[in-house]
Design a binder for this molecule. Sequence first.
Ligand SMILES: [Zn+2]
Length: 336
Amino acid sequence: MPFRRAIDALNLRFGLLLALFFVFSLFAQSAPAQSSSGRNIRSKYAYGRAYLYISDIAKYYGMTLTVGSTACEIRNSKTRVTFIYDKRNATINGVKMHFLFPVLGPSSCPALSSLDFNNVLDPSMRVYSIPKQTVKTILIDPGHGADDKGASGRISHEKNLNLQISLKLRALLVKKGFKVFMTRQKDAPLTLEQRSSRCISVGADIFISVHCNSTSKRDISGIETFCLTPEGAPSTPDRKPVSAKYRGNSFNKNNFLLALKIQSKLLMATKAADRGVKHARFEVLRNAPCPAVLVEAGFMSNSREEGLLVNSAYQDKVAKAIADGIVSYYDALRGR
Ligand SMILES: [Zn+2]
């Protein structure tokens, strides 16, 4: 075989191999999820990504589906999940969460993106689908410090409130038997990189960054808890997916469950407005070598909420709720 034809034949074989690989990877992505009971969840492609039929998701979990004109709901005796068509926000047992992509509406049967199924819905529904982990050591990160004051309200700076809440949280977690470290214990400067690398030096099993919020719209108030955006998805305020995978993405399911548990406890304890579990690629979450969340405990730009946040009894409530959320996460993973 002349050299040129031999090269062409090789190229053809390589091309065939590539085509086979492409077909296989398509199949692998669209293969239906299967429950232990053998029920399949059918999928379809829309907007360049895989979606799963919510009717099949309901059967998969043994739940009842109710389809409405603007939303649908799946429920059983313990859990109720509401999906709003064409929107990314949803609720699970009344707690707001944000999907990565909009839910497809009823014209084509309601469907949820498979990334949302894997990283948001399933970790909330089936704790045993989440990688096991022991929780002994917790690193608390009071946001900002020194010249970096964070948000400023009328009576306080965020860095001070973050530290006050974090010190209370530490005391509660120590009482519960955890080994607890803090990235700062006083008004000290710290880079974001120093905060994440502390996780490695103390061998943290969980990282909790404590912050207070601010916005130019002074009537906005409430609590939100962030976990890292899964690779291939947009963060909550964005629309464009980002494919980059960070160290923290090894814990996508754990991150979400931890955030959901903490957000639920915070809402119960404070009765604050629910701004939901959100996804972001904050540097401290991206680089965390363990499950990590960032809590925004309230808005300093809202004078009523700032009045609460500076109050020691309210800080006690916030700290206790975060501690309860961590214990709830730990119990969920232990008790399965
Ligand atoms: Zn902050």
